[in-house]
Write a protein that binds this ligand. Structure first.
Ligand code: SF4
Length: 949
């Protein structure tokens, strides 16, 4: 029997590197003849989620075509393994309907009329328009809005080279809620669990099958389990992850923090916490709670105050809130205490991004790590900042001077990322306009809530002057653009990536496979689109060239950042950009390359990845550098200051670097929250989500004493909304689909293509003997959608659920969206802001150059639910709170599968109600937001201050 090895080498079936130049396999199509096929294998990086796993492209030596993708065994995070989406890249690059050339609209916006154009024309048009905006001091009217980044740093650098505050992202519909919970503890806004070495793993949601860093984490969770770790999953849905757990805790959505705090109380109450760790590494001396102040008090007195404060979080209270049995809460809490420093956990979206106050789940979860001393330990919780490596290029522009209030408005000073879901509302309110808008691998019309407000914004040429959709596939947003610019898939572009996938730091190099191979053979290319299919380009070269188009003679000071470090005054090439970094910014890489007689760039082109270090634990304990210690002062709270900046903290009598928080310790007590108008949340707390039962009762006028209007808005149902009230979980992922980019993968869509409404049999009975397949009408606050029921015991009663992947639609019968994954629809604006969509046909077989499109056997494209949701900006994090309160009823005779109705006048009113709950800046000293909280593309410090008007 095969011996199991922790490094996974026993599973290795990948071709060894020495055979990559001529790898031989038998041609399966020629069976039963044994016909050999010869391949050249070229590493690149998967682009189908954020994990950045290593791919190996198998290039047929006879035809020069890519035949398939497998895993790269030299990639330290994915180690040769992939999820279904990695190999499916082959279907994307060979998709017969893909966009191969830059397109320009030839009719009115949204008319679906397009004509081919040239890259030169695109650069000239945008270069001229942006140059004019910059010269007229309208830099903030230029906006780059990214969905899947797939790279590190290059866009931040580009926008700062342009001198603008113009970076927008999707993060506020994704992860910004969890990020705030994490960063308030330790500045790093993401966890890096060491699952492989853990003794107990707690997952909030379905990380094993579809989580953040899905494949790299999944393989390590399984390793941990095989080595004896217990697995607990908190999720109202019996996901595949929950089905293999030792404990499934089907918590009512939004109550997770109550369960976690009850666990913390068990550990505190039974004195099973790591007192030495808590005493050394938290800011317990700053605690102020319930009239108690830690000033001058002993550590024991502070622990007593904490126990008093959290006394209400009994297992019974948590059971009442969440539905999770009290005995399970106690049992798992004790197992976590026993695992001690080998307790790992993960929370990313799920409960945090679904709920108002969801950030408290992350804050309460880290409390468990702090109590068990499992921070920075083998098998514990590490900081992403310790496990991610972003090399710096040869020179970098200074931070921008301006602050763009379309991105970071005053109402949400603690949001970790841009308030992007509100952009259409901001423009409707007259807060600004956009002159040049780049959406990049980003499809807000479909992915975001309130997509019809996006359509209203995008079709308005006053609000959005010029819009380019940079995308590898057609999507619903591109339909409303002026230009659709085809960008490459995983094997068609350069990018440098690093993720916190395990206890180590690595970089992965995405590269355009066909260009690299032909260059090995001596062919020369100026640009990657010359080697890619059609004229599919890559962003790196696009931004370099656009920067030159904006500032052709260098007079604006922009071009200098895109000139070669080796050939003064000449245009930067991608080889030079990455080659310089690999030579100068990646410790150990030049030496590793030299050992093989290679240059660093050649090494990265050969292997596709490099492990920088595995020395990543407890970096907080590193001594303060001698240079920082010179002329420093130690403050009363032990913080070591130099020139007004904290550089370390005294722990055990020695100066160590600590964490990047104001106290340089793990912040059990957040003075930041107290100073920024949320003193009631200075400690990790639980408060009720917008979909709590008390809010449901209030929405239908039932008496409730529990409804807390300080934090949650009262839902006002549209007149036609009927049926009992439920909580809808709209954000669970299927493991083999990509948010909005798998529509062109026949392999992936063949596996799943429906998104029925999950409901428990008790709810099916309550709604009138609903059976699987019956049509249901789901009312939201702004409209409704109609879909099929799926009756299942795999979901807690009182909750309904719908996967967010499906429901793609196209306005044109034959073109502009993948026909294997979209319904052809009729879309009408029947009154001002009143939108009606009806499916004209589902999926049908169709003729292309790929014979498989004639063999498409499924007809269901699913139903687009997100477009019927209003925005729900959390008053603190600004994160869109995805879970929806809905009313469900059996569909009537007039309703048809896929019907959608939305009133954007109502969605604007919902936005106003949520906005009213925020507690706006300015903060202490006239700050727009706390200086220590990170900001994407951070402006210079002076921009953080605003004078009160
Ligand atoms: S987890 Fe799957 S989709 Fe994500 S990068 Fe890895 S192989 Fe690609």
């Amino acid at each position: 029997m095969t011996e199991f090895k922790r490094d996974g080498s026993h599973l290795s079936t990948c071709p060894p590197v020495e055979k990559w130049d001529d790898w031989v396999e038998l041609d399966p199509a020629a069976w039963p003849q044994r016909v050999e096929k010869h391949y050249q294998l070229v590493p690149t990086i998967c682009f189908n989620c954020e994990s950045a796993c290593g791919l190996l492209a198998y290039v047929d030596k006879k035809t020069g075509d890519i035949a398939k993708f497998e895993g790269n065994p030299k990639h330290p995070a994915s180690r040769g393994r992939l999820c279904a989406k990695g190999p499916a890249t082959i279907t994307q690059i060979h998709d017969p309907d893909r966009i191969l050339y830059p397109m320009k609209r030839s009719g009115p916006r949204g008319s679906g009329q397009w004509a081919r154009t040239s890259w030169d024309e695109v650069l000239e048009t945008f270069g001229t328009r942006i140059r004019k905006a910059f010269k007229e001091n309208r830099g903030e009217e230029v906006m780059y809005h990214v969905g899947r980044p797939g790279h590190d740093f290059i866009m931040e650098r580009t926008l700062q080279a342009w001198g603008i505050d113009g970076h927008n992202s999707h993060t506020n519909v994704c992860s910004s809620s969890a990020r705030l919970g994490y960063l308030l503890w330790h500045h790093a806004d993401r966890p890096s669990p060491d699952h492989a070495n853990a003794r107990f793993i707690l997952l909030l949601s379905a990380h094993l099958e579809s989580g953040h860093y899905f494949n790299p984490h999944a393989q390590r969770i399984i390793e941990g389990k095989m080595a004896g770790a217990k697995l607990a999953v908190m999720d109202p849905r019996l996901s595949n992850t929950a089905s293999v757990a030792d404990y499934w805790m089907p918590s009512y959505p939004g109550t997770e923090a109550a369960v976690l705090l009850a666990m913390a109380m068990v550990i505190l109450g039974e004195n099973r916490f790591d007192a030495a760790f808590v005493k050394s590494w938290t800011n317990w001396e700053e605690l102020e709670v319930d009239g108690f102040s830690a000033k001058g008090q002993s550590f024991d007195a502070v622990i007593d105050a904490l126990k008093r404060h959290y006394a209400k979080f009994t297992p019974e209270f948590a059971e009442k809130e969440s539905g999770v049995k009290a005995e399970i809460i106690v049992k798992t809490a004790r197992e976590i205490a026993t695992a001690g420093s080998r307790f790992a956990s993960h929370l990313w979206r799920g409960s945090s991004s679904g709920n108002l106050g969801g950030w408290q789940s992350a804050r309460a979860l880290v409390l468990l790590h702090v109590l068990t001393g499992s921070v920075g330990t083998p098998g514990g919780h590490n900081l992403n900042a310790w496990n991610k490596f972003v090399p710096r290029p040869y020179k970098n522009p200074p931070p921008q001077k301006n602050w763009n209030e379309l991105l970071y408005p005053q109402e949400w000073p603690l949001c970790t990322h841009e308030m992007s879901p509100l952009l259409p509302h901001f423009l409707k309110e007259g807060r600004g306009r956009i002159e040049a808008y780049f959406t990049r691998v980003f499809n807000p019309v479909w992915t975001y809530p309130d997509g019809f407000s996006w359509i209203e914004m995008l079709r308005d040429e006053e609000k959005v002057g010029l819009h380019a959709a940079l995308t590898p596939t057609w999507n619903e947003t591109a339909w409303f653009a002026d230009y659709v610019l085809p960008m490459g898939f995983s094997s068609e572009r350069h990018d440098l990536m690093s993720q916190e996938s395990y206890a180590g730091k690595w970089i992965g190099f995405r590269q355009p496979v066909l260009r690299v191979l032909q260059e090995r053979e001596g062919k020369k290319f100026d640009y990657t689109y010359q080697a890619n299919p059609g004229e599919v380009w890559e962003e790196d070269e696009f931004w370099i060239n656009l920067s030159w188009a904006i500032d052709p003679d260098g007079a604006m000071g922009i071009r200098q950042w895109f000139e070669s470090p080796y050939r003064p005054g000449q245009k930067l090439t991608v080889d030079e950009y990455y080659g310089w970094m690999f030579e100068n910014s990646v410790p150990g890489l030049p030496e590793a390359a030299a050992k093989e007689g290679l240059k660093p760039l050649e090494y990265m082109r050969k292997y596709g990845a490099y492990e920088v270090t595995t020395d990543v634990r407890r970096l907080n304990e590193k001594p303060v550098a001698a240079a920082d210690l010179a002329d420093s002062q130690v403050e009363a709270n032990g913080v070591v200051q130099k020139n007004g900046k904290a550089v370390g903290v005294m722990v055990g009598g020695a100066p160590v670097v600590g964490y990047n928080t104001p106290s340089r310790k793990l912040e059990l007590f957040s003075k930041t929250l107290a100073d920024w108008k949320w003193p009631e949340f200075a400690l990790p707390e639980y408060y009720r989500s917008h979909i709590h039962r008390s809010a449901q009762a209030a929405s239908v006028g039932e008496p409730t004493q529990d409804f807390d209007s300080r934090y949650m808005p009262l839902v006002e149902w549209p007149k036609e909304a009927n049926g009992p009230v439920y909580t809808l979980l709209p954000i669970f992922r299927l493991p083999h689909l990509i948010h909005t980019r798998s529509g062109n993968s026949k392999f992936l869509y063949e596996i799943a293509h429906k998104n029925p409404l999950w409901l428990n049999p008790t709810d099916a009975a309550k709604l009138g003997d609903i059976r699987t397949g019956d049509l249901l009408k789901v009312h939201t606050e702004i409209g409704f959608f109609v879909l099929h029921a799926w009756v299942t015991e795999g979901l807690a009663p009182g909750v309904v659920a719908c996967s967010h992947h499906m429901g793609r639609w196209r306005l044109n019968k034959e073109e502009q969206l993948e026909r294997m994954s979209s319904a052809w629809v009729d879309l009408k604006e029947v009154g001002k802001g009143q939108w009606k969509m009806r499916q004209l046909s589902g999926v049908q077989p169709y003729e292309t150059t790929d014979p498989d499109t004639k063999r498409v056997w499924w007809s269901d494209a699913g139903v687009h639910q997100n477009i019927t949701f209003p925005v729900h900006p959390d008053p603190i994090t600004g994160m869109h709170c995805w879970h929806q309160m809905v009313r469900v009823e059996r569909a009537s005779a007039e309703d048809r599968y896929g019907d959608i109705f939305v009133d954007t006048n109502l969605s604007f009113a919902v936005y106003q109600r949520w906005k009213a709950l925020a507690r706006p800046a300015l903060g202490p000293g006239g700050l727009r937001r706390p200086l220590w909280i990170p900001r994407v593309v951070r402006p210079e410090e002076s921009a953080f201050y605003k004078k009160e008007t």
